[in-house]
Design a protein around this ligand. Structure first.
Ligand code: ARG
Ligand code: ZN
Ligand code: CA
Length: 379
């Protein structure tokens, strides 16, 4: 039987200025049992709930997109990938980002976790909720609760200043790795320094500390990016340096990048067992994973078709339609002038394009016409 230790909050018991410490309460001696992992990518829909005191405090959709790229960059090591849903809990169109005004954007997680999460929350068996607040007490930059946490709602809480990948986020937490680290907790990982120098032998490394054998034990968290790599525990039979570059540590974002193979396997096994509905194909269909982007996104035609040309065009949702009696050659170019699409016909879907500015080219019977449009979400 799979058994997850309860993740509970220990207030102020670690000398960490930015962290809300987590400790696994070992209620049972039942160890985590690694299983044969499925080999295909596990998909996870996430929703960002942006909570701010006034509308200037909400992050832009572009910051969220940048954070999504960081999550998928780092979680590629575990073959876990995230997407923003195109349909919300009620099947309504969404870009996967909500915006709420509340004084609780100034977040005291020691007493107001439920208050925050009750402001807005999507069903946790269909989405991983990520709440983004403006400030947190005790300089906390993020905290998490695992799926199936018995004491609170699963998900991640982040301070807005650490959201995004070198895209306005605040040095040294500016590579989007706080979200990555917290998502590691959601998927059952602990810090490599959990318990200090324990799990020091091949016999104990799977049941003590972080319960991961390919992260050497570490006595305490490291900050910044110490060099040379410290070695704070003398494990046997081979004493290795601390796992400084591990994403579950406390070093600067630019210093961490690794989920080990066993961390990856543990996350995948946990997701399969604790979040079967979340990662199910049925959920992905409901969330419109393949329909990117949704009705909530729009192509906006920016310039009138200059000139004497006979062709007109219009935008219908995510479809560009050329008002021509017979097929044309339609080409689309991105803002760098690269051709990204070429087709014969009278309409083209732009639903799969990244947000941005594009140039279209229509050719019919030797007559060429250009137009511009902007494709964007979250209007
Ligand atoms: N506060 C986080 C936690 O323990 C740790 C911060 C992650 N470190 C980082 N470089 N982003 O849950
Ligand atoms: Zn942590
Ligand atoms: Ca060591």
């Amino acid at each position: 039987m799979f058994f997850l230790g309860v993740v509970s909050l220990l207030f102020g018991q670690r000398a960490c200025p930015v962290d809300k410490a987590f400790l696994r309460v070992k209620q049972s001696a039942v160890a985590f049992q690694p299983r044969q992992s499925q080999t295909d990518t596990l998909w996870v829909p996430v929703v960002f709930h942006l909570i701010a005191q006034d509308s200037s405090g909400w992050l832009s959709d572009l910051r969220i997109a940048s954070q999504m790229r960081a999550l998928n960059r780092d979680f590629a090591q575990a073959k876990i990938q995230f997407y923003l849903p195109r349909y919300g809990p009620q099947g309504e169109p969404t870009c996967g980002v909500t915006r709420t005004l509340s004084p609780y954007a100034n977040h005291d997680w020691t007493s107001e976790e439920n208050t925050l999460k009750n402001l807005i929350q999507w069903p946790p068996d269909s989405f991983v909720n990520i709440w983004v607040v403006n400030r947190m007490v005790l300089n906390t930059i993020g905290y998490a609760r695992a799926l199936r946490d018995t004491e609170g709602v699963a998900g991640v809480v982040l301070v807005a200043s650490v959201v995004g990948d070198r895209d306005g986020a605040q040095v040294p937490y500016d590579w989007g790795r706080t979200a990555v680290h917290e998502m590691g907790h959601v998927f059952s990982l602990y810090h490599p320094f959990e318990g200090g120098c324990v799990g020091m032998t091949p016999q104990t490394c799977a049941t003590e500390g972080d319960e991961i054998c390919d992260t050497p034990p570490q006595a305490r968290p490291h900050y910044g990016c110490p060099s040379p790599v410290p070695n704070t525990c003398s494990e046997t039979p081979t004493d290795r340096p601390d796992p400084l570059d591990n994403l579950m540590g406390y070093v600067d974002d630019s210093c961490m990048e690794v989920f080990t193979p066993q961390q990856a396997a543990r996350m995948r096994d946990f997701l399969i067992q604790a979040g079967p509905a979340l990662i199910s194909e049925e959920n992905h269909v409901r969330r419109g994973r393949t329909l990117a982007p949704a009705e909530a996104c729009a192509a906006v035609a920016a310039l009138p078709s200059v000139s004497q040309l006979p062709l007109h065009w219009s935008v219908e949702g995510s479809v560009l339609r050329i008002h021509s009696p017979d097929p044309c050659t339609i080409s689309l170019y991105d803002a760098l002038g690269r051709q990204i699409l070429r087709t014969e016909g009278v309409e083209v879907s732009v639903a799969h394009l990244p947000e941005g500015a594009y140039v279209g080219r229509i050719e019919r019977q030797g007559i060429v016409q250009f137009f511009r449009f902007w494709w964007a979400c979250g209007w």
